[in-house]
Design a protein around this ligand. Sequence first.
Ligand SMILES: Cc1cc2nc3c(=O)[nH]c(=O)nc-3n(C[C@H](O)[C@H](O)[C@H](O)COP(=O)(O)OP(=O)(O)OC[C@H]3O[C@@H](n4cnc5c(N)ncnc54)[C@H](O)[C@@H]3O)c2cc1C
Length: 510
Amino acid sequence: MDKVMYDVAIIGSGFGGAASAIMLAKLGHTVALIEKGKHPRFALGESTTPIMSKTIRHLGQKYDIPEFVNLASYDTIMSAHMPITCGPKELFHYFWHEPGLSSATLSNGIVPEIIVQTPEVDTQLYRAESDKYLVDVAISYGADYFEETTVEDIEFNDDGAVIKCSRPDGSASEIKTRFIIDGTGHRSLISQRYDLIVPQEELDTPLNSRSIFTHFKDVGDFESSLECDDAFIGRTPVPRIRGTQHHCFDGGWIWFIPFDNGVTSVGLNLDIDTYPINGKTGEEEFWEIIGRYPIVEKMLKGRETLMPFIKTKRIQFRTKQAVGDRWAMLPGSAVGGDGWFSTGLGFTLLCAHRIVDMLHTKMLKDDDFSRQYLENYETALFKEWKYVCRMVDGIYKSMRHFEVFKYYCFFCFMGAESFVHRGGIKRPHDLKYLLLNVGDDNFVAKFEEFYTMVKDLHGREEATQEQLDYLRDFVRYEMKDYNYRDYGNPIYGGVHRRLDKSSRYFAELA
Ligand SMILES: Cc1cc2nc3c(=O)[nH]c(=O)nc-3n(C[C@H](O)[C@H](O)[C@H](O)COP(=O)(O)OP(=O)(O)OC[C@H]3O[C@@H](n4cnc5c(N)ncnc54)[C@H](O)[C@@H]3O)c2cc1C
């Protein structure tokens, strides 16, 4: 072992653990990064968002980490020749399917599609490579990396903590540290060790979803897999393949995340109330459901899968605590949400920033690691999880009626955009600035009102024109302070292109 006592030991070298190690090592602290597996390895969380891109750029500038700045967009990853397979992401693309639907033409009137272009070209990340890259960067900044080293137990004492590890050859070792960041993901070591998981029957979220996913090779192109006219093809500002495609249907949705190497990550996500947990294999259930949606089936049928289908149980979970004396969990260890908003990596970085900043400016300096300094962190994390889950629950509930879904999606976009716009990324400890703007009481009150309407409509066969007009006007007028893109204005037909630099959004940017 290189150091007798590390300032910080980070358990788990996924995106969050490795990014935290980079920041702390760059700030001059001694860091142990401990990983039970071996990179490169598969990980979920492959689609980034404007929040993630802007956060990693901000952290790169704040801590002088050029590798972070380069990761902030597809274009810089490409121009810096980073050793990461990725893909351009400049659209959130939502297409709404009914069983048997195989066409979309503009002449039919409403096209069941929403396209929102991102402010810049974000990226799809092939996590096997991006996580390995970040670990290599952490090592280059001085972190000590322990691979194939499983943390079995932790003992806290007055001076710090002793981390007890095992290796595949049966050998055991100990790592001493002043503080621990738990980045071990959904089977968090600390939550198991201290029995911190909230039992499922007591979980305080309405969201109840599960997922089945794999990687495909050479999937079919969306536009070639449906009957459509030129007007449909031409309505998007850039080809749909340059985005994350969300294929939505009543009670579920499918992500398509294309990488430049011909691989596409595909995941089927299901509301458990509509699709109860069952004994089918992931592969059986995947094809059974895909078979109802001819466009998606055509894109996937007969294509090679590169790994077995992984089928989860309910994804949502929460721990009772996210911090303690001498330890803090990254969000992946403390809470589980849903893939819908692709918020995971952005959320992880925002939280890593909060922990790193508090450690650097206060706790390591004062040699005081009591949990009081991280109480705001815990409050922020659980509140963000609560509202992200409620927002995603509304997505599942809105999917019964395309127009309801459309206005609800716009509402959620406003949450993400106003968080960035208000400068939330640069205010790590202020509870008024939280992910998706849920630190803003006025925004939250309006969200609850809108969400209640959506839940009410979910229970009805039809939404009336009057109800739809109300939702549209709510988005357009009631939310105008948050609505930088004129969402809800019918002239856009559900397609919102990148904002002009002269727009109100940029003029008022914090
Ligand atoms: C269905 C689904 C879809 C998602 N889609 C997206 C998306 O599109 N975009 C997005 O941003 N986010 C998405 N997410 C969230 C994303 O997966 C997480 O936010 C992200 O992976 C968290 O990274 P992490 O580094 O915290 O954890 P992980 O990537 O899970 O890494 C944890 C690491 O800890 C190691 N480890 C575990 N136990 C031990 C131990 N005892 N000792 C040592 N090491 C250990 C593991 O081997 C692993 O390498 C999705 C999540 C789900 C469930």
